[in-house]
Ligand binder design. Sequence first.
Ligand SMILES: Cc1ncc(COP(=O)(O)O)c(C=O)c1O
Length: 393
Amino acid sequence: MANHFSTLAVHAGEDKRKPYGALTTPIVQTSTYTFENTAEILDFMQRKAAGGQPTRDEYGRYSNPTQSAAERKIAALEGGERALLFASGMCAITTAMFALLSSGHHLVLVSDAYRRTHEFACRFLTRWGIETTLVPIDDPAALAAAIRPTTRLIFSETPTNPYLRVMDLEKMAEIARRHNIITAIDSTFATPINLRPLEYGVDLVIHSATKYLGGHNDLLAGVVIGPTDILAKIEAARGVLGGTSNPHDAYLLLRGLKTLDLRVRRQNENGLRVAQFLEGHPAVRRVYYPGLPGHPDHEIARQQMMGFGGVVSFEIEGDMDKTSRFVDRLRLPYVGPTLGGVESVIEQPVTLFSLDREEWLEAGLKDNLVRYALGIEDGDDLIADLDQALLGV
Ligand SMILES: Cc1ncc(COP(=O)(O)O)c(C=O)c1O
């Protein structure tokens, strides 16, 4: 099969001949799968005991044909051996961590990881005797120094939320390899169109598929991609913890993935144009976008990424109220807490973070910060809308 991304996005993972001659992969809405007789069960069990990937489905908590097609497509896009789908991005992250860490183990996590990942590591894993060390994303020496004999996992994101910091994946993988530690990257903000972490020696890639992979703000899903031996452990944990996806969301994900390449290219274009427009605007104090030469990680982003993504964060020249007025004056974006879909969505992060100002400051959030997750609308319209909203505040 041709391996250009738009071709993989359309065709990979799906059989050419489908049930009933259908063109699209059907939603297989069943909780369980039946056997002809006892001999068929025994044959199935023997094949399972021999290892390797299952040849048929058994029960909905373990697998589903619609879900398996989405998994194969995502594995092809990331260049991984296998992918596993979950009910949400957080379900993928927590199941992977539970599968790979035991009491007495140690986790190294970048300090500006997604809020709930941070919470899981620092408030939940500690209850099972798993300690976490937080390290800055841009300090390989601190990462190397954080490693202990008990470290089993190094987990990072790239780019991060909301400041779009970029991890040097080659350095991260090289440090981990020296100590035989598994590495995982939450690549939600990048997508496989802009970055393929496995090519840099990272072991596992994780996405909140709720975002760009689904792309239409209509599903929740998560995915882990990587080698079959590590994924077998995570799959066993998924079967026990029960966080598998469902056939409806898997179908929506399959449909969304077909346009991933087209959507992300437009979002990259919109991201760069909007960042450049905002950078020169007198009503904007500072812009955070890895595609701008002034961003602290621009150089590594340029080397590592095919595009800089569709999220732009910026500070309004003014206070909390002025920033809220600006957000409320915009006509195109929805106001809310997500990213990666076809509709542009904007938020003033502190407003959804907490009512407690101290908590924002502790999390490094300023009250004049805005995160704009661009959709696939026309760039001229997005900029005209920003212009009118900035002029009026
Ligand atoms: C970078 C990142 N990782 C993981 C998650 C969690 O994904 P989900 O909301 O699908 O559980 C999010 C959600 O915002 C995210 O932004």
